[in-house]
Design a binder for this molecule. Structure first.
Ligand SMILES: NC(=O)C1=CN([C@@H]2O[C@H](COP(=O)(O)OP(=O)(O)OC[C@H]3O[C@@H](n4cnc5c(N)ncnc54)[C@H](O)[C@@H]3O)[C@@H](O)[C@H]2O)C=CC1
Ligand SMILES: O=C(O)[C@@H]1CCC=N1
Length: 255
């Protein structure tokens, strides 16, 4: 996730104003070679140099990382956490008192500037700090301010969502191959179908069902396919997927 954000940020900031630290020397060298950003092997050294700190370690690791930075993080820092499930209350308790923290749920299409992020504001965040966080996230796609109570559902929808869409695309391609199409042709048609359909809903502002009805001829092919999808429980499978993902986000916050 950090690489996706970093690549997006490189489009609005010169690489010399960006720095990254990681335990893995190999990751650091890869990012230096790819993006020419500054690299630090040591989180503390990076914290001394940078004012905005974007934390992109696993939720299970985050408390340990923040504990190790207790003496270097101070009130002039703005902390942005992308860790799934970790609440603002928990982040604030892990940070020195009064440090500004914004909780963000981004997604990996940020890598190509097509991310979808939601942000929630911590208690010590000043207006200009919130604005800075929004500018950074808008550099990699759409970014919306949301109440923190939405965050686990956001994680289930747009945070994890790209994975569901990739699974859907993969299944479309395999289904077409099953019907005899060459894989390359199936891939191109499947991808353009997903992109075109999303853009139709976006640009028309219509409910998706309105666009679906336009495809669905009486007695035709589409209604036969939709009957099969309803019988196989596609809709309820997605309800369940989002439900367990949101539940898992809450569990990650408790660990
Ligand atoms: N992968 C995704 O699509 C999304 C991930 N997130 C959040 O982003 C965070 C990272 O997730 P991923 O990128 O998937 O994980 P990842 O495992 O790919 O990346 C974590 C990175 O942290 C580094 N790291 C581990 N301990 C460290 C330490 N003590 N100091 C410095 N670096 C350390 C690792 O070497 C690794 O490069 C998680 O909190 C996750 O909830 C949020 C939205 C979407
Ligand atoms: O799978 C995860 O836990 C992370 C959070 C959202 C997307 N990836």
């Amino acid at each position: 996730m950090a690489e996706a954000l970093l690549r997006g940020l490189c489009k609005i900031l010169p690489p010399e104003r960006l720095a990254v630290s990681d335990l893995s020397q190999e990751r650091l060298e890869y990012l230096k070679n790819e993006l020419s950003v500054n690299i630090y092997k040591d989180n503390e050294a990076l914290c001394r140099e940078c004012q905005i700190l974007l934390l992109a370690v696993k939720p299970q690791v985050l408390p340990k990382v923040l504990a190790s930075l207790e003496n270097v993080i101070h009130k002039d820092h703005l902390i942005i956490s992308v860790a799934a499930g970790i609440s603002l209350q928990k982040l604030e308790a892990l940070l020195p008192e009064g440090v500004a923290v914004v909780r963000v749920m981004p997604n990996t299409p940020a890598l190509i500037g097509k991310g979808a992020s939601a942000l929630s504001r911590g208690t010590a965040v000043k207006d200009e700090e919130l604005e800075a966080a929004l500018i950074l996230m808008k550099a990699v796609g759409t970014a919306e301010l949301v109440p923190e109570s939405y965050m686990d559902a956001v994680t289930a929808l747009s945070g994890s969502g790209p994975a569901y869409v990739y699974l859907f695309i993969e299944a479309l391609i395999d289904g077409a191959v099953r019907e005899g199409l060459p894989r390359d042709l199936a891939r191109n048609l499947a991808l353009q179908t997903v992109i075109g359909s999303a853009e139709m809903v976006l640009h028309s502002g219509n409910h998706p069902a309105v666009e679906r009805d336009k495809v669905t001829s009486p007695g035709g092919t589409t209604i036969a396919a939709i009957e099969a999808l309803e019988q196989k429980g596609m809709r309820s499978a997605l309800f369940e997927a989002l439900h367990v993902a949101a539940k898992r986000a809450r569990q990650l916050g408790e660990s």
